[in-house]
Design a protein around this ligand. Structure first.
Ligand SMILES: *[C@@H]1O[C@H](CO)[C@@H](O)[C@H](O)[C@H]1NC(C)=O
Ligand SMILES: *[C@@H]1O[C@H](CO)[C@@H](O)[C@H](O)[C@H]1NC(C)=O
Length: 185
């Protein structure tokens, strides 16, 4: 009784397994051969420029996706990024001068957040206009567009590590320790 069953199983099972194994091998082969898209190459370069390697590269992909491009976009990350920049700058000035007036501090925070004079300058220096995904009708070099990407980077880093301090480090790394530089440019 047992012997014929064994033969039947062998006959049935082998033809089922062989094509599956062949498919798996093909898939592996295809993945290794497929060249990376220009967008994913750009994300890789950008990680080097900001000195942060993402655990979840999807976060950087989202940060580099403008609202005009898709439903999945950088709007909310950009809001978080703005808070991170403002906190970093406030900390910087208060630690330098605890007697700074509220008005002065607000003015300095506003300066760094200004789209044209600071944010877009930092963003263009990183070349974000060449990376960020936008709809065909949207100008990727428009200050508001590159700024959304720039700010979203810091939101993305904070989510990636779960620490806003890591995002602050990346901000100072990118913006430069000379806080006046980008504003003066
Ligand atoms: C880049 O990041 C690494 C790891 O987080 C850190 O050790 C290094 O100091 C950073 N480089 C600079 C120039 O800040
Ligand atoms: C910012 O720049 C854009 C064009 O790049 C210009 O249209 C706009 O008026 C500028 N805004 C300010 C406040 O300078």
């Amino acid at each position: 009784m047992h012997y014929p069953l064994c033969i039947i199983l062998t006959v049935l099972v082998f033809p089922i397994f062989s094509p599956l194994q062949a498919n798996a091998a093909n898939e592996l082969h295809d993945q290794s051969v497929e060249p990376p898209s220009p967008f994913s190459s750009a994300l890789k370069t950008l990680q080097g420029q900001i000195n942060h390697t993402f655990q979840d590269i999807g976060l950087l992909r989202r940060a580099m996706t403008h609202a005009s491009y898709s439903e999945e976009n950088n709007k909310a990350l950009s809001v978080l990024g703005t808070f991170i920049i403002e906190t970093s700058v406030s900390l910087h000035y208060l630690r330098k001068n605890i007697d700074i007036s509220g008005k002065d501090l607000s003015r300095r925070v506003a300066e760094i957040s200004k789209v044209n004079s600071s944010c877009a300058v930092d963003a263009m220096r990183l070349g974000l206009h060449k990376v960020i995904r936008v709809s065909p009708k949207t100008d990727s070099s428009a200050p508001a567009v590159v700024c959304s990407g720039f700010r979203a980077i810091f939101g993305a880093v904070a989510i990636d590590t779960g620490k806003s301090d890591d995002a602050k480090k990346v901000f100072w790394y990118v913006h430069g320790s000379d806080i006046g530089r980008a504003v003066a440019l």
